[in-house]
Design a protein around this ligand. Sequence first.
Ligand code: NAD
Ligand code: MG
Length: 392
Amino acid sequence: MTRGICILGATGSIGKSTLDVLSRHSDVFRVVALTGNHRVAEMLALCTIHQPEQVVMAAPEAAQQLRVLLRDAGLKQINVESGPEALAAVARMDGVDEVMAAIVGAAGLLPTLAAVEAGKKVYLANKECLVMAGKLFMDRVRACQVTLLPIDSEHNAVFQCFADGRGVRRILLTASGGPFRTWPLERLAGVTPDQACAHPNWVMGRKISVDSATMMNKGLEVIEAHWLFNLPAEQIDVLIHPQSIIHSMVEYVDGSVLAQLGNPDMRTPIAHALAYPERIESGVSSLDLAKTADLQFETPDLQRFPCLALAFSALKAGGAAATVLNAANEVAVQAFLDEALPFARIAAVVENTLTDLQPAAPDELDAVLAIDQQARVIAGKHLRRYAESALA
Ligand code: NAD
Ligand code: MG
């Protein structure tokens, strides 16, 4: 019997890498449902190849356009829905055994939780849902006794080296340092969205690419690791490794350090999680270490990467600081991508929002969503302040 898969965020970078791996193993996996936001042409292409039963486009007008295109392409048997309710429903759908959670940002939280609550096996790429609602999310994972496997390359690497966690002294999350690691600090003010999205080693969506350039991505990953591996901030270190060959490491009390290595290609962690505890082909070529030769490491410079420091302090502060951090960062990154905020001001918007809003730890989902909304409003206020000061 084949295993039915739903991909939340199928039109994105992780979604497409997942479909690439799945198509190599169609004897094992069946693509049942795909979701996207508004990229209709890309979803049509995916439907033509993978022929899912169900598609959800978050944007209603995109769903309407897709229905017409599917009918014209002779694929009218594919049902198309739209909106947030439909996104959650598709994650719970009968015939779906496993869900790849690869929507970017806070929009991924509710459908991913829906998958957990429906008892589906979940592959987690959407780190933002653990950052904004870590305790609540992990409590549900445990209560529903679902299998949650990490897709983020660092967490997948740690998972591969972690065994049962006995004797772990610390984990070391590696980070490439992004495209601006060696730029003079004064040049960062004039960075463009395209420059920030040109990651040296990975091809990713635009939001995570900007997060990688500020190193907020690594900060979000520290918080993600805290929840996935149940470790305090003091046992999570970040190490810059510009070649992105070592995907992360686990150090044990006896001094042993285990690392997972490979070419930087998300199909490796995706294939690892899909097949776990077996191994399957991913399409990724062999690692040629002789050709790579040089593996460098350095400590991150927190002056250059203030977002990393903000994420560590949000984790240590507890309460709802990580929820606020995540929301403010999403607002600031979108403003930067829209050319309404300079790259070097992203950290300030996040920091100011964290100063203004310090709610207690949310004990239920509605409280998380309310804090997320409040933080977006306050971050928006800081954006307007910036815009006014820039005009003055
Ligand atoms: P992407 O921008 O390429 O794709 C995002 C997907 O989410 C698209 O399918 C898009 O249609 C969908 N989406 C966006 N906004 C939505 C909304 N409001 N409602 C419903 N769907 C929406 O992003 P990506 O690079 O594939 O990253 C996806 C997630 O995986 C992120 O959380 C990212 O942090 C994580 N991740 C990505 C990588 C990578 O290499 N790309 C690595 C590790 C983790
Ligand atoms: Mg990562």
